[in-house]
Ligand binder design. Structure first.
Ligand code: RAM
Length: 352
């Protein structure tokens, strides 16, 4: 049995065993890595560990995602799960945490990348030492991970936010985007689709995107950016904030300003953070998915990779507990589910 071996040892032993088999010309023998206890093509690994590295720790959204992640890790059969990460979501802030996990021999790293490329070198070293890499929430460059668990179809969530702001401003006028960090893979992909839609859909020909600003998923900076937007563009009709931190801070700013109820605000928010602003008329509709499900599906995906039941290839399938079977799509992407639109009629039904 290998349950008492340090994880790093088993990972390196697996690499050595595979290398030895390759040198001896023994093709197709995948039992070697299994024999070393770090995965392979059959059997659940009973002593496996997983570490979640979110974009940042001090973010209420992260707390909900990780709640689902930790319970999913337990249900999926990980021996233990851990959470580490930076306090601010800057590009290279996650590298030292990844390196520490490589040293510790963690079997799976589940990471929301603050920058698609800045984490790649460190993730490459983790993979060389035997770790499986799941990106979730915000993807890495696809070469740097085994798969990406995407909360939603990226284009769908972009189009919903575009539609919501258009409806809220009567399809006419200037709008702005208040995003997270300038390097965030998830927000940048959504913004790209929003811009394409605004440019190409004739329904939106009278809407003009006049500014994109970044609150860095920091509450104070987001509040100040919202204030700055209104100072620079006093005739702004609406703001899209595709980040839970940004939309909550912008709502707080608008709610006590002369713009309350006049400047529309939509985007992606946590119902528990937005409830008061829907009630007081600052916000009418916004969207999100269930963040706990994102954590849960990611944990099951990580375990299936560690067990060797999937490799991250298109068409691979795994079961995410009660959330059911998931199939990996093109570019190694697994989608959790469709977003929900929240307004004063349904917001009371949600508690996250
Ligand atoms: C913030 C983060 C996160 C994003 C949500 C919608 O909490 O930027 O990455 O998915 O908003």
């Amino acid at each position: 049995m290998f349950t008492s071996r340090p994880k790093r040892f088993t990972s390196l032993a697996a690499v050595a065993a595979v290398a030895a088999l390759a040198l001896s010309g023994c093709a197709g023998a995948d039992t070697s890595s299994n024999a070393a206890g770090s995965g392979g093509s059959s059997g659940a690994v009973s002593d496996a560990t997983v570490t979640f590295i979110p974009k940042q720790l001090n973010n209420p959204y992260t707390d909900v995602v990780l709640g689902g992640g930790k319970s999913g890790a337990k249900d999926a059969g990980f021996a233990s799960s851990n959470v580490v990460g930076p306090l601010e979501a800057s590009a290279s802030s996650q590298v030292t945490f990844i390196n520490a996990e490589t040293q510790a021999g963690t079997n799976a790293i589940v990471i929301a990348a603050n920058d698609p490329d800045a984490v790649c070198g460190a993730l490459g070293e983790a993979r060389s030492a035997g770790a499986k890499i799941v990106a979730f929430d915000s993807d890495t460059n696809p070469d740097c991970r085994d798969l990406f668990v995407s909360q939603v179809v990226a284009k769908d969530v972009a189009l919903i936010q575009t539609k919501l702001i258009a409806e809220q401003i009567g399809r006419k006028g200037k709008i702005a985007i208040l995003s997270a960090t300038a390097n965030a893979t998830n927000q940048n992909e959504w913004i790209k689709y929003m811009e394409e839609e605004l440019d190409s859909n004739p329904k939106y020909k009278d809407i003009k995107l006049v500014a994109k600003v970044y609150g860095d998923d920091d509450d104070t900076k987001s509040f100040q950016e919202a204030q700055g937007l209104m100072q620079s563009h006093p005739d702004l009709k609406g703001i899209i904030s595709p980040t839970t931190v940004g939309i909550a801070a912008t709502a707080r700013y608008l709610s006590t300003s002369q713009y309350k109820g006049k400047v529309a605000l939509t985007g992606l928010g946590l119902p528990n953070e937005m409830r008061a602003f829907v009630k007081d008329g600052t916000v009418s509709e916004f969207a999100l998915w269930d963040p706990a499900q994102l954590g849960e599906v990611s944990a099951y995906a990580a375990k299936a990779l560690v067990d060797g039941t999937i490799t991250g290839a298109e068409g691979d399938k795994f079961t995410a507990g009660d959330l059911g079977e998931r199939t990996i799509g093109a570019n190694g992407i697994v989608v959790v589910g469709p977003p929900t639109v929240f307004n004063k009629k349904n917001i009371g039904d949600y508690d996250f």
